[in-house]
Structure formats: structure tokens, C-alpha cells
Design a protein around this ligand. Structure first.
Ligand code: PGA
Length: 249
């Protein structure tokens, strides 16, 4: 059975004191949550947040990692560094990394491989822009992102990853994909996985939806059969909203 997951991507928000406070508030309110929670703070706050969530069931992630193992790469953070401070997950290929920092499928594929080699679970993001959707290219775009980013993995390794579908036009805009739009793409992604791998892997992979998920729309989206949770941005910065979303299954 695949896992339901709600992951909070804090992006470039929260200095350490704020991060510790927010993490504590999530821990204190997480008793009623039955899905897997993951908190994904900025690099600088990961260690402090780790100390706060240490004894809870909440997992810890990072927002990016280098494709290199170590060495002269000023400003980069390696997957080993992240596992060493308690991360189990890492977001790879968030649309902000793709659009603002020019990360392409080839580079992201290297990062995914590297993360897995260091025992980090990649949350691999895909999603189309508004222009691509309006031109009717969204299925092709997503297919390419998945094929080039993660379909070089062996069955064994692919079985470990999480996929997040995040339509770029819905991220931070307040515009959510409708539950039906999300379901349509999630089903499509699962069918690609079935074609490439097998039924067990297709049934077991968690596919999260991201893009303006809020407490008032989470229930409808999470009710769809191929949506296994959410990657939450803005609403993850408020513990009560994050928890309300996580209890929407
Ligand atoms: P949002 O961000 O919930 O603020 O739209 C989601 C994301 O970028 O992961």
C-alpha cells in the first residue's frame, strides 16, 4: 500500500528562531495526523528543526542538493551532508529550481541518482506552465520530465522515490488545479510508471499534488484515488493550516 504524505516546503522563509517555533507547533499539534508528515526547512534551519522533531514521527527534508558527491563546488550542499544531519528526503526539480536556476531534466536526473546513492529519498517534482497547458502540451511536458528525470532508475531505486505534480500556474498563485485536473495528471503519471515498470511499483508510488493547497481545498483533492497527499508551500508556514491539511484525508 502506498503512503499518504503531506510535506511542507518552507522555501526561503524562516530564520532559525522562527523555524524552531513553527516546528514545535507542528509537533505539538500532530497527534491527530495519520499520514506521514515531512518538514522541509531551508538548509540553515535543518539542524535546529531536527532537534525539535527528533522524538516525533515527523520526517525531515531539504529543498535541493548538489549532483556532486563532494569537492570544490562553492556554495553547494551534498546529499551526504543532508543525511548526516537527519534528512530522509530531498526535493529535486521544484519548478522554482527549474525556472529561476535553469535546472534541466538531465541535471535533475543526476541529482536524483546522487540523492538515492546517499540514502535520501527524492521528492521529484514535475508540472507544466500555464502557457504549456493552454497550448495543450501538458501531458507531453510531464511525460518528458518524468522520462528524462527518473526513468533511468532501476526498479529497485525507482520504488523508493516520491513524485510531486505541481502545475506551475498553481504555485503560490492561489489558483489550485481542480481536483479533477489533479486526478487526471496523477492517473497519467501512474500509467507511465505502469508502462515503464510494473503494477506493484505503479500502485505503490506516492504521487503528491502541490500548488495552492489550503485547508479548504485539501479534502476534495486528497479524496481523488491517485492523489496520495500534498507538497505544501505557503500554507505550511502556519502550523494550524499545515495540520488541517494533513488531517484532510
Ligand atoms: P504553494 O507552493 O502551496 O505556496 O502554492 C507549493 C510548492 O511550491 O511546493
Amino acid at each position: 500500500m502506498r503512503k499518504n504524505i503531506v510535506a511542507g516546503n518552507w522555501k526561503m522563509n524562516m530564520v532559525n528562531d522562527q523555524a524552531k517555533e513553527l516546528a514545535l507547533s507542528v509537533v505539538e499539534n500532530s497527534d491527530t495526523v495519520s499520514c506521514q508528515l515531512i518538514i522541509i526547512p531551508p538548509f540553515t534551519a535543518i539542524s535546529d528543526v531536527q532537534k525539535v522533531i527528533n522524538k516525533s514521527n515527523i520526517l525531515l527534508g531539504a529543498q535541493n542538493c548538489s549532483q556532486h558527491k563532494s569537492g570544490a563546488f562553492t556554495g553547494e550542499v551534498s546529499a551526504d551532508m543532508l543525511t548526516n544531519i537527519g534528512c530522509s528526503h530531498v526535493i529535486i526539480g521544484h519548478s522554482e529550481r527549474r525556472a529561476i536556476f535553469g535546472e534541466d531534466n538531465q541535471l535533475l536526473s543526476e541529482k536524483v541518482n546522487h540523492a538515492l546513492n546517499s540514502n535520501l529519498i527524492p521528492i521529484y517534482c514535475c508540472g507544466e506552465t500555464l502557457q504549456e497547458r493552454e497550448a495543450g502540451n501538458h501531458f507531453d511536458v510531464i511525460k518528458r520530465q518524468i522520462e528524462e528525470g527518473v526513468f533511468n532508475l532501476s526498479e529497485d531505486l525507482f520504488g523508493k522515490i516520491v513524485i510531486a505534480y505541481e502545475p506551475v500556474w498553481a504555485i503560490g498563485t492561489g489558483k489550485t488545479a481542480s481536483a479533477d485536473q489533479a486526478q487526471e495528471i496523477h492517473k497519467f503519471i501512474r500509467s507511465l510508471v505502469l508502462e515503464k515498470y510494473n503494477e506493484t511499483i505503479a500502485n505503490n508510488i506516492s504521487i503528491l499534488y502541490g500548488g495552492s493547497v489550503k485547508p479548504d481545498n485539501a479534502k476534495e483533492i486528497f479524496a481523488k484515488p491517485d492523489v496520495d497527499g500534498g507538497l505544501i508551500g505557503g500554507a505550511a508556514l502556519k502550523a494550524t493550516d499545515f495540520i488541517a491539511i494533513a488531517t484532510s484525508f
